[in-house]
Design a protein around this ligand. Structure first.
Ligand SMILES: [Zn+2]
Length: 134
């Protein structure tokens, strides 16, 4: 069973970013390390939603390039992708599932309705994994 370790402080950083981007979806890249049975988030890069919308997000080509540069600079792995659903549940949409296939990281989603974070990985379908935060 996998899990993701995202500290309370990191959750606060994501939450602040989410509030700032409302009513549109917010997104961020989570860098860290894989350990046995889990993923630890060490650095968060708050990205700009290139398709400002309440129901989708994209990264510009520049940001996609920078995402990889940062990974090398930080000497960490890309662990996860965060985005918010301002008016939806913290559950991957069909579009998210499609992107999850090409981006096999932990997907953390924040629901603006339920005010909660949930994490998913894609197996044959999306599977929820626990978020452990201190
Ligand atoms: Zn989504």
């Amino acid at each position: 069973m996998q899990k993701i370790i995202l500290s309370k402080l990191q959750q606060k950083i994501l939450l602040d970013h989410t509030c700032k981007e409302e009513p549109n979806e917010a997104c961020a890249i989570l860098y860290g390390n894989k350990i046995e049975g889990g993923n630890i988030v060490k650095e968060i890069w708050l990205t700009k939603n290139d398709t400002p919308s309440p129901i989708e997000f994209t990264l510009s080509a520049e940001q996609t390039w920078e995402m990889d540069q940062k990974r090398k600079e930080l000497n960490l792995e890309i662990i996860g992708i965060f985005h918010s659903h301002p008016k939806g549940e913290a559950f991957p949409s069909n579009t998210d599932k499609k992107f999850m296939q090409n981006n096999p990281y932990v997907w953390i989603i924040y629901s603006g309705i339920n005010k909660n974070f949930r994490a998913f990985i894609l197996e044959s379908d999306s599977v929820e994994i626990p978020i452990e935060g201190k």
